[in-house]
Design a binder for this molecule. Sequence first.
Ligand SMILES: *Cc1c(COP(=O)(O)O)cnc(C)c1O
Length: 226
Amino acid sequence: MDIEAIKTNCEKIKAEIPDNVKIVIAAKTRSVDELKAALAAGMSIVGENYVQEAEEIKESLGRKSNSLKWHMIGHLQTNKVKLAVEIFDMIETLDSLKLAAEIDKRAKEVNKIMPVLVEVNSGEEDQKTGLRPEKVIEFIRDISLLQNIKLSGLMTMGPRFGDPENARDFFKKTKSLFDEISALKISNVQMKYLSMGMSNTYKIAIEEGSNMIRPGSIIFGQREQS
Ligand SMILES: *Cc1c(COP(=O)(O)O)cnc(C)c1O
């Protein structure tokens, strides 16, 4: 997509959403120039699905990359955690104790407290990543004991295709889980961010309480393959 169109799309989406909602631009498969256009339009949080791709993009952006926030939004493999902890400001896709322990260990090594969101499989679909809703509270109690992880909220995908209205119930369910956990006031847990909503669903997600959205194609155009 051309650079001017990307800027226009960014301005449009920013004008549309409430001030408290953060925009994580989903950058997978996009070129550095496309990303630069979004940054020039004021975007400042970049969501990456792959650790390697994030590292390469950060390198090509040079010093500019330091003024941005980098979020891991793809499934994270244990063997990529060391690098992920170095390059990301938040990991939105925590969904196992094994991964939590590895993040904690690697963060400790570099003296970092790593902000994470727990990914909730709100649609309860077998093929999807994320924790089943009924497992989330016990999981959070467990990881709250890890000193180099800062649990900062929840993330969910919801259905990717079909009628965006189909996502509403999944977002509602995730928001009520978010509120339930907040009310528990677990120490070392700060329920600050609820990351829900992509290009086709962000409006519905915000109506249902999202304060962090992850649009990609509505900014950059359709991907060749997703
Ligand atoms: C690709 C992706 C998005 C953005 O999807 P679009 O439909 O292009 O807006 C958001 N979140 C995650 C986790 C993704 O992988």
